[in-house]
Design a protein around this ligand. Structure first.
Ligand SMILES: Nc1ccn([C@@H]2O[C@H](COP(=O)(O)OP(=O)(O)OP(=O)(O)O)[C@@H](O)[C@H]2O)c(=O)n1
Ligand SMILES: C[C@](O)(CO)[C@H](O)COP(=O)(O)O
Length: 241
């Protein structure tokens, strides 16, 4: 039997690159808000025992739009960077769910995660002492920018992977390493980095180029197209949209 995993969904970002007047996690995507897709996928996995969402202090939408649909999902206040948000969430989880040993962190802004990918991360991650993350090998040629937007040089992409979420770790190790990184004053941009800095070597589990993060406005129609094509592929032959 798989151990129970508590899922933490950081949703306390300011959506600066997305712009607009509403946080991107509440943007409409195929009939429901972006964050609802992220919650649904993790919540439906048999190994996920509970879900906690971390919110921006000035979030005025979650309570009206999301909480009534997900009364069982806990909420906690996020912080001024992703690492602080995740740390707040982990502290809350430790207090509310003392038996919790594993935590899975998944961006609210990654709504296209498929159940199959989540399953492969959980299967492989639970076997790995230092946890695991979804990631993709970098496929573009990488340029280092110099002055005036000109190319300084080409970077070697051999062995480089682009990190995605979910990321799965033992709760105690992640809390220790993330709090050390925050104390050091250099917040990591993902959970794996906090583990790496402590000498751990999380497993890279191949993700998908469809597991996109909604970062810029163009990402929303892209996510919609990806989800539509997945739904179409799942429909029995002969069924119209
Ligand atoms: N202080 C922060 C910053 C980010 N996040 C979350 O981390 C995920 C990935 O972050 P990103 O795409 O960078 O979101 P934003 O920080 O909102 O975007 P931006 O940097 O453009 O403001 C998102 O679900 C976001 O809500 C968070 O919980 N707390
Ligand atoms: C965690 C993450 O989604 C992995 O790609 C990413 O690092 C967070 O996004 P940000 O844009 O760096 O805040």
């Amino acid at each position: 039997m798989q151990p129970a995993i508590h899922a933490l969904i950081p949703a306390a970002g300011q959506s600066v690159r997305f712009g607009g007047t509403t946080y991107k996690q509440y943007a409409h995507l195929l009939g429901k808000p972006v964050i609802a897709h992220s919650i649904d996928t993790v919540q439906r996995h048999r190994a996920i025992s509970a879900v906690t969402v971390a919110l921006a202090p000035d979030d005025g939408i979650y309570g009206e739009l999301i909480r009534p649909e997900y009364p069982e999902v806990r909420t906690v206040a996020g912080g001024d960077c992703r690492a602080r948000t995740v740390m707040n969430g982990l502290e809350d989880i430790r207090a509310a769910d003392p038996g919790c040993r594993w935590v899975l962190v998944h961006d609210a802004a990654r709504p296209c995660l498929s159940p199959e990918l989540l399953d492969s991360l959980i299967l492989e991650g639970l076997q790995a002492d230092d946890g695991a993350i979804l990631a993709m090998p970098v496929s573009d040629t990488l340029k280092r920018a110099g002055d005036e937007g000109r190319i300084e040089r080409t970077e070697d992409r051999e062995g480089l992977w682009a990190a995605q979420t979910p990321q799965l770790f033992p709760l105690d190790a992640l809390m220790d390493n993330l709090s050390a990184a925050l104390r050091f004053g250099a917040p990591p941009t993902d959970e794996a980095e906090a583990m790496e800095r402590a000498g751990c070597r999380p497993l890279l589990v191949r993700g998908s180029s469809t597991n996109i993060k909604i970062t810029h406005p163009d990402d929303l129609p892209l996510a919609e197209a990806l989800m539509r094509s997945r739904l179409k592929a799942q429909r029995p032959a002969g069924h119209a949209a």
